[in-house]
Design a protein. Structure first.
Length: 208
């Protein structure tokens, strides 16, 4: 646990999902750096910058149905979502073979059952399936991300992505793409977890 965080507060925040989330954080902390998933400076802020930051998107996701995480990488936010929403079917879409191998190992380690790893780029799965929501974290600018993500959404499905503070600069270039797919005007939302962790930004748009 990060030195500046109170474990009891973090444990209370995650509630019933604590054991799963903690198991994922442990394996990521143990293997993330050597496997090129996170930088060495990230280890001391693993919960703050990665686990809790990923968890911030969860209140904006459906509690049932299906979610696709694009460019899952280390499993952020996809595996955190899977830990916290056990009734949701989570598809982790990742093009790199070694990262897919890592994701599969982490799923087995935590004991998650409603998760699948799909190796490839998001656009390779257009027409193969649709989901209730698509999410992503630190993958691409919103206009490019929308082209990849929106065709995976069912009617009424939501694009719900974690973004940095400068996201407003991405909204205007993305509007044309979102309108083409009949998406709603994107909302910029403040996403909070616990008091000791800075709020993050979520962008949400609905299809149809």
């Amino acid at each position: 646990m990060d030195a500046h965080l109170d474990e009891a507060v973090v444990r209370e925040y995650f509630g019933e999902s604590w054991e799963r989330v903690n198991a994922f954080a442990e394996i990521l902390g143990a293997e993330g750096e050597v496997r090129g998933l996170i930088g060495p400076r990230e280890l001391d802020r693993l919960w703050d910058r990665h686990i809790l930051n990923s968890a911030a998107v969860v209140p904006y996701l459906p509690v049932q149905g299906s979610v696709a995480d694009l460019g899952s990488g280390a499993g952020l936010p996809g595996l955190v979502i899977a830990c916290m929403l056990p009734d949701v079917h989570v598809r982790l879409i990742e093009p790199m073979e070694r990262r897919c191998a890592w994701l599969t190992e982490a799923i087995d380690h935590v004991g998650l059952t409603s998760v699948e790893v799909l190796r490839g780029r998001a656009e390779e799965f257009h027409g193969a399936f649709t989901v209730s929501a698509v999410t992503a974290r630190a993958v691409a600018a919103l206009d490019k991300l929308s082209r990849w993500a929106v065709p995976l959404l069912e009617s009424g499905g939501e694009l719900v992505v974690l973004k940095g503070r400068s996201v407003e600069q991405e909204i205007e270039p993305a509007r044309k793409v979102l309108r083409k797919f009949k998406m709603s005007e994107p909302e910029i939302l403040e996403a909070r977890t616990i008091d000791a962790v800075e709020a993050t930004t979520v962008v949400r748009s609905v299809r149809g």
